[in-house]
Ligand binder design. Sequence first.
Ligand code: COA
Length: 336
Amino acid sequence: MSATTPTRAGAAVRVAGLGVRLPDRVVTNDDLAKVMDTSDEWIRSRTGIRQRHVAAPGEATSDLAAAAARAALDDGGFEVADVAAIVVATTTPDHTVPGTAPLVAARLGSQAAAFDINAACSGFLYGLRLAAGMTATGDGAVLVIGAETLTRIVDPGDRSVAVLFGDGAGAVVLVPDDAASFGPFSLGADGTQPSMLWTAAGGTRRPFDAVVLEEGSHYLTMRGGDVYRNAVARMAQASREVLEQAGLKVSDVDLFIGHQANVRILDAVASRLGLAPERNHVSVDRHGNTSAASIPLALADARDQGRLHDGDTVLLAAFGAGLTWGAGLLSWKGAS
Ligand code: COA
């Protein structure tokens, strides 16, 4: 640790409930190869993705979010009335107005504070940071949900993007706990190159109209190589920062849960950090890139596989459109 960096402790907060919802329909790479010029071999070798879940017609982000939230509450033995605030991280809201979180709250039967965060694929990590602060400073239990229906904003005919994404939701309930440690976090953003990963039209800069529809410029596009390089560099950098702030070494990390965009990105981050490969948890092979939902989905996947134990040091890291990025440390003392 450098002499100038004071050690920062995490907040006295723990994950006391964890739940997910994945849409029923599974689309394999071979299914995609039937409708576009791609192959299982290309998708697997470039991304590690084997399949993704796709929302049913009429199934929206709030539907997935509410189901994941309900599962997280049940997991921790909470009543809806126990929750002081509901944070939904999403980049695919049901509507531009209102936010998705109030809709989720209504589905749960709650009138607690409810608001959205859009930090793209980093949104869940941003939400955790905010919610950990709220919980630690007296708000009580906060529900943080990452939920997406990315398949709704990709051009189903654009093979360079359509094969990468999937739909899903994951949620955690954060509660105060003097014996627990959540953090430190390092978050960052650089909005100087938004077109690296964006929807060019359909917002207030260029509202939706017949020309936009004709061009298809409301769909998600990206410069894949630039995104790849930035994702690796930023996730590794933020991870190093939180380890340094906590006074920990990479060998102290029991499990790394990175944003699940691409196995090659996760492997490259792990390699840069010097993290043992077996500590790098992968669920993108089964979920695809679910943006803000990917970290809670991966966390639940790791727990299901018996990879989370009380006292484990878990390193979370994310990267997404914006650009946004971040990392955080979690001493697991949670729902098991
Ligand atoms: N199936 C088959 N071929 C495809 C394809 C697909 N689904 N998508 C693109 N190709 C073709 C391209 O047309 C191009 O062909 P050409 O060379 O004849 O023009 C070639 O494959 C491009 O290959 P390349 O760009 O070199 O692939 P890559 O190894 O860089 O991998 C990505 C591309 C998108 C997988 C990679 O850049 C990536 O993962 N980027 C990050 C994406 C991401 O995670 N975004 C979200 C972050 S939150």
